[in-house]
Design a protein around this ligand. Structure first.
Ligand code: KIV
Length: 286
């Protein structure tokens, strides 16, 4: 389904056609635990949000935009300004999905008060429904502080990419019984603190299954298990825009090939003066 826009000249508003479904709310997402699997993808731009929105329950403005959009080596350098700008673009491009914006590294860990100030800023500047933050037992009091003050929080446990400097890389978590137990405890703490949902990333499958059984909120897996209550992928990964395909990614398209072919054709036609033709140039009326 594609959306077009009709200008209402009396109000100067561009209204989408067909009229979109009502936007999914955080309570409805929370209530969907154990039901039809939830569909989430990352989005950072208005056009991608428009294309993904009709098919997704949630759009995540992930801090993975650091690597995907800005070419950074990891998410540690992502700023509040980046998250606010891209979050607002995704909200403008969507009508149906709930939009969740990642709290960037350094914007929430120091104290619940700092987290509240920055989460409130993200919700005000973007119009998103909720924020996401990484961490387990340590961050649970912050999740409780925010949810009690009107800010819905999605948790993120298992592999937490913002901790790359502690973890030393992005390897799967929970290979030892001790670490597996600690991840389950993290997830339970996050759920009990009031998270409306949580991402489980990069863990051995039994951990994701146990968490999904034990917590009351929907779990969203990435490199976790198809028994989670939903799934998320980085859109550019599933579209095949990158050379590397990590084990947990399925490519649903081979977009980099299409882009390369289109650009090669364009370059050839410019160099041979085949483009532009009369069709693409303005001619005086006969
Ligand atoms: O930043 C991100 O895109 C994420 C998803 C991979 C879950 O956190």
């Amino acid at each position: 389904m594609s959306t077009t826009f009709t200008l209402d000249t009396s109000t100067s508003r561009a209204n989408p056609t067909p009229t979109p479904m009502k936007r999914l709310t955080v309570p409805r997402i929370r209530q969907s635990k154990g039901g039809k699997p939830l569909v989430m993808l990352t989005a950072y731009t208005v056009r991608m949000a428009q294309l993904l929105d009709p098919h997704c329950d949630m759009l995540l403005v992930g801090d993975s935009l650091g690597q995907v959009i800005y070419g950074l080596p990891h998410t540690v350098a992502v700023t509040m300004e980046m998250m606010a700008a891209h979050g607002a673009a995704v909200v403008r491009g969507s009508y149906h999905a709930a939009v969740i914006v990642d709290m960037p590294f350094g914007s929430y860990e120091a104290s619940p008060e700092l987290a509240f100030t920055n989460a409130a800023r993200l919700l005000k500047e973007t119009g998103a429904a909720a924020v996401k933050m990484e961490g387990g037992k340590v961050i649970a009091p912050t999740i409780e502080f925010l949810t009690q003050r009107g800010i819905p929080v999605m948790g993120h446990v298992g592999l937490t990419p913002q901790a790359v400097n502690i973890l030393g890389g992005y390897g799967v978590r929970g290979k030892s019984a001790e670490e597996a137990q600690s991840i389950v405890e993290d997830a339970v703490a996050v759920a009990e603190a009031g998270a409306f949902s949580m991402v489980i990333e990069g863990v051995m499958e039994p951990i994701a299954i146990e968490i999904t059984k034990r917590v009351a909120c929907p779990t969203i897996g990435i490199g976790a298990s198809n028994q989670c209550d939903g799934q998320v992928l980085v859109t550019e990964d599933m579209l095949g825009l990158f050379e590397r395909t990590p084990k947990f990614v399925k490519r649903f398209a081979a977009m980099s090939k299409f882009v390369a072919e289109a650009v090669e054709n364009y370059a050839d036609e410019v160099r041979t003066r085949e483009f532009p033709t009369q069709d693409q140039t303005y001619q005086s009326q006969p």
